[in-house]
Design a protein around this ligand. Structure first.
Ligand code: 1CP
Length: 326
């Protein structure tokens, strides 16, 4: 049995000393995103260090709201801020000029592709409409989606319009990434957890499927991965849409359940608890082996159930890659 391909969510980032050095030089996270030479370097750092099978573009899901007219900043230790928040103010959001803002990101992609070996995939990404909308509405990351759902119920026209605009912008953004050189795309739905099933079907599954269909209409050869974190049994709905090539599972998903319930036509990805990589040793080994065994004999990509946390020891990542490869 040949080992599965391996890459990691947040494989570039604060747990790597070489990232922290470049980030310090750039002054801010956004400066780093908009400097193609530095962003390409950060994208390639983990691939060089661990010989991973794929690089993921260094950018952020919150660039799209910024291109649509909200002001984006990252306050140290506090996470992202978008202003004005749609909860407080009516904002004139425009998606007509999205492509005018994409120059530096596309240049990062071209630089990465030039540097990467042919055998390594470059993965592009975007946030899914609901997840991006949560930040746009609240003006920041929120743990409890109640206020956001109330906004959707109270202002259905504004909410629908926002989701549609995000869908259109995301399609455009992903198509441009593919034209610049990414060979697979992943849609991050980081805030699916806690949503009523029908709400999730309408505002997470359906928009993701429409985005995948539109992207694949132009680029049928590009694998499309959905990562609906916290979607639980609605993962089956994603698989049954028949449009996603890959489905990434979070750490709360039982690998044995996923192997049984998700159509064998989709490639499953991920699952390992990122905190086990902080731990390392036997606990990390045992969990990784259990996941590998659950997906033996079907297409599977090794990854985490969510991104690395900043205090992950880089040497544990090296150990994990070695384990997967042997
Ligand atoms: O240096 C720093 O301080 C910035 C930390 C950081 C990094 C490294 C942020 C701020 N974004 C990123 C890069 C990033 N973000 C990537 C690059 C590629 C890689 O994975 O290596 C990707 C794919 C993202 C996607 C992203 N941004 C998501 C979806 C995935 C997830 O983690 O759920 C989300 C929700 C964001 C928003 C965001 N960006 C950054 C922060 C601190 C946050 C907020 C997260 C939260 O609300 O919990």
């Amino acid at each position: 049995m040949s080992p599965p391909p391996v890459w990691f969510m947040r494989q570039a980032g604060r747990y790597l000393p070489e990232y922290r050095a470049l980030r310090k030089k750039a002054g801010s996270f956004l400066n780093l995103c908009f400097d193609p030479v530095a962003a390409a370097e950060v994208t390639l750092q983990p691939v060089r260090r661990y010989d991973l099978d794929a690089a993921i573009l260094f950018a952020d899901i919150l660039l799209i709201p910024m291109f649509m007219g909200q002001k984006l900043s990252f306050e140290a230790g506090e996470g992202p801020r978008l202003s004005p928040a749609l909860l407080n103010e009516k904002v004139d959001l425009s998606i007509d000029q999205i492509s005018e803002h994409l120059g530096p990101i596309m240049e990062t992609i071209r630089l990465c592709r030039k540097e990467l070996a042919q055998s390594k995939a470059l993965i592009g990404f975007a946030g899914a409409p609901w997840t991006v909308a949560t930040y746009m509405i609240a003006g920041q990351g929120v743990k409890d989606p109640a206020a956001l759902r109330s906004f959707a119920y109270n202002c259905p026209e504004v909410f629908d319009d926002l989701i549609k605009k995000l869908e259109t912008a995301t399609i455009e953004y992903l198509k441009n990434q593919i034209k610049a050189g990414v060979q697979a795309v992943q849609l991050f739905e980081s805030w699916a957890s806690g949503l009523p099933a029908d709400f999730m079907r309408e505002f997470c599954v359906a928009p993701a499927a429409r985005i995948a269909r539109a992207v694949k209409a132009d680029h049928p050869e590009i694998p499309f991965i959905a990562f609906p974190k916290g979607a639980g049994h609605i993962l089956v709905d994603y698989a049954e849409k028949g449009i996603f090539d890959g489905i990434s599972i979070d750490s709360s998903t039982d690998p044995a359940w996923a192997a049984e319930q998700l159509s064998p036509k989709v490639t499953v990805q991920g699952g390992l608890d990122p905190l086990l990589v902080v731990q390392g040793g036997d606990a990390m080994h045992a969990a990784a082996v259990k996941i590998l065994q659950a997906f033996e004999g079907r297409p599977y990509i090794f990854n985490l159930g969510h991104g690395f946390v900043p205090h992950t020891p880089p040497e544990h990542v090296a150990e994990l890659v070695k384990l997967v490869r042997t």
